[in-house]
Design a protein around this ligand. Structure first.
Ligand code: ATP
Ligand code: TZP
Ligand code: MG
Ligand code: MG
Length: 269
C-alpha cells in the first residue's frame, strides 16, 4: 500500500508553508473554522462578495465551498470563485452540507459539481449518496439511519464526480476511484460539537494546498484530525463537549507528525 506514514508528514509542510485557505462557508461554523485553521498552522480567510471572490480564490492555496446556510447570492459567489480557482489551478474542496435534506440543497450540490471541477468532496454518507442520486436518510445536516456499504458508495461517488471523495463518520473512507482508504481515528465527542465536519473540510483544504495528490492530502488531513480528537478527549473528554471543543483546538496545534504516525489507524481497502 501507499505509505501513509509519508503522507503524515504533510502536516509539517502545512505548518511550514502556512497556506491561505479561502472559505465560503456557513454562519454556524465561521469562527470555529477560522480558529481551527489557525491552530493547525494555516491562514484562513472568509470572503463572500461576488465582486471579490474570484480574485481571492486565485490568491489562495485552496478554496473551500460549504453549503451549510446557503442562499442564492452565496451560491452565485461559490460558482464565480470555483471557476476562478479552476482557471488558476487552485484545488477546490466541497462540503455538500445537508444535501438530500431539501430539494434546494440537493440541486445546488449537483449544480456546483457540474459547473466547478472539484478536487475533494467531504461529507457524511447521506450527503454524498444524495449528491450522486442515491437515497440515504438525512436529518437536517446530520447523517440519518443507513447501513449501506460506505466503501462502495465512496468509490461510486469518486468515479461519478471525478474527484477524491471522503465520507466521514465513526470510520472515514477516502476514495479516488482506484484506491480506497479506511481511517479509524476520531472520537464520539466530535459529534457533540457543531462544525467539526465543516472544519475538517477546511483542514482538507489546507493539506490540498501543499500537496497535489488529493487522496494523499485527504488521508493525511483525516488521520491527523482524528488523532487530534483522541488526544483532546483524553485530556478533557470527561468534562463534556464544551471542554472538549477547547481541548480540540489546542490539540490541532500540538498534535505532531510523530503522534499521527504512532496513533494513526489507516488501512487500504
Ligand atoms: P454529521 O453532520 O453527520 O455529523 P459532519 O459533517 O459533522 O457529519 P462527521 O461525519 O461528523 O461530519 O465527521 C467529522 C469528524 O468527526 C470526522 O473526523 C469523523 O471521523 C469524526 N466522527 C464522526 N462520528 C464519529 C464517531 N461516532 N466516532 C468517532 N469519530 C467520529
Ligand atoms: N446547520 C446548518 S450548517 C450547520 C448547522 C447545524 C453546521 C453543520 O456543521 P457540521 O460540521 O456538519 O456538524
Ligand atoms: Mg459530525
Ligand atoms: Mg457536515
Amino acid at each position: 500500500m501507499a505509505n501513509w506514514h509519508e503522507w503524515a508528514e504533510l502536516l509539517e509542510r502545512v505548518r511550514e508553508e502556512n497556506p491561505l485557505v479561502h472559505n465560503i462557508t456557513n454562519v454556524v461554523v465561521t469562527n470555529f473554522t477560522a480558529n481551527g485553521l489557525l491552530a493547525l498552522g494555516a491562514s484562513p480567510v472568509m470572503a463572500y462578495a461576488k465582486e471579490e471572490v474570484g480574485e481571492m480564490a486565485k490568491l489562495a492555496g485552496a478554496l473551500v465551498l460549504n453549503m451549510g446556510t446557503l442562499n442564492n447570492k452565496e451560491v452565485e459567489a461559490m460558482l464565480v470563485a470555483g471557476r476562478a480557482a479552476n482557471e488558476a489551478g487552485v484545488p477546490v474542496i466541497f462540503d455538500p452540507v445537508g444535501a438530500g435534506a431539501t430539494r434546494y440543497r440537493t440541486e445546488t450540490a449537483r449544480r456546483i459539481a457540474e459547473q466547478v471541477k472539484l478536487t475533494v468532496v467531504r461529507g457524511n454518507a447521506a450527503e454524498i449518496a444524495n449528491m450522486i442520486g442515491e437515497a440515504w436518510a438525512i436529518k437536517g445536516v446530520d447523517v440519518g439511519e443507513g447501513n449501506g456499504d460506505r466503501v462502495a458508495l465512496a468509490k461510486r461517488a469518486a468515479e461519478q464526480l471525478g474527484a477524491v471523495v471522503a465520507i466521514t463518520g465513526k470510520e472515514d473512507v477516502v476514495a479516488d476511484g482506484q484506491t480506497t482508504y479506511l481511517i479509524q481515528n476520531g472520537h464520539p465527542l466530535l459529534t457533540k460539537v457543531t462544525g467539526t465536519g465543516c472544519l475538517l473540510t477546511s483542514v482538507v483544504g489546507a493539506f490540498a494546498a501543499v500537496e497535489h495528490d488529493a487522496a494523499a492530502a485527504a488521508v493525511a488531513a483525516l488521520v491527523y484530525y482524528g488523532v487530534a480528537a483522541e488526544q483532546a478527549a483524553a485530556k478533557a473528554g470527561e468534562h463534556g463537549p464544551g471542554s472538549f471543543q477547547t481541548a480540540f483546538l489546542d490539540a490541532l496545534a500540538y498534535t505532531s507528525v510523530d503522534d499521527v504516525k504512532r496513533y494513526g489507524r489507516v488501512e487500504q481497502r
